[in-house]
Design a protein around this ligand. Sequence first.
Ligand SMILES: [Zn+2]
Length: 157
Amino acid sequence: MTMSNQNSDDAKLNSIRELIEGILPLDQLATLQREMKTGDRVQIVLAIEQDRVPWSDRILVPLQENLYVVERDDGARVVKCFCGHEFGDYRLNWKEEALVFERHPQDGIVFQPNKGADPVWQLLREFYCPNCATQLDVEPVPVGYPFVFNFLPDLEF
Ligand SMILES: [Zn+2]
């Protein structure tokens, strides 16, 4: 590997790290999104994410911001928060184990009265980690709608 290749690889790695951390400038973001992805992109992202978290369980896939599917030493595959809190088996909806706040869609805080959805039809369901209180997700759903299962990764390997 030449010195310029090493510098190019380091720059790419830094760009992807800044993308994950949400600090990549917009012009570079567009460039990164549009470029051809090399076959090692998944491994690069996993290595960056593994380096960022304060625990050592192996990340199988980042599920969404602050949530990961990890494989523990005992072989269990669970959803885990950045803080280390575990939500249980990845095949079950992690939201069932989260703190939930159902926000009135015209609460005057997030949405002004008469500017949000009709509360007879819709509510805003907010999900928080019970350990670190990070807001993990928000669903605008019809009243009475079950928790949305966002994503079930295919990890049967
Ligand atoms: Zn947490």
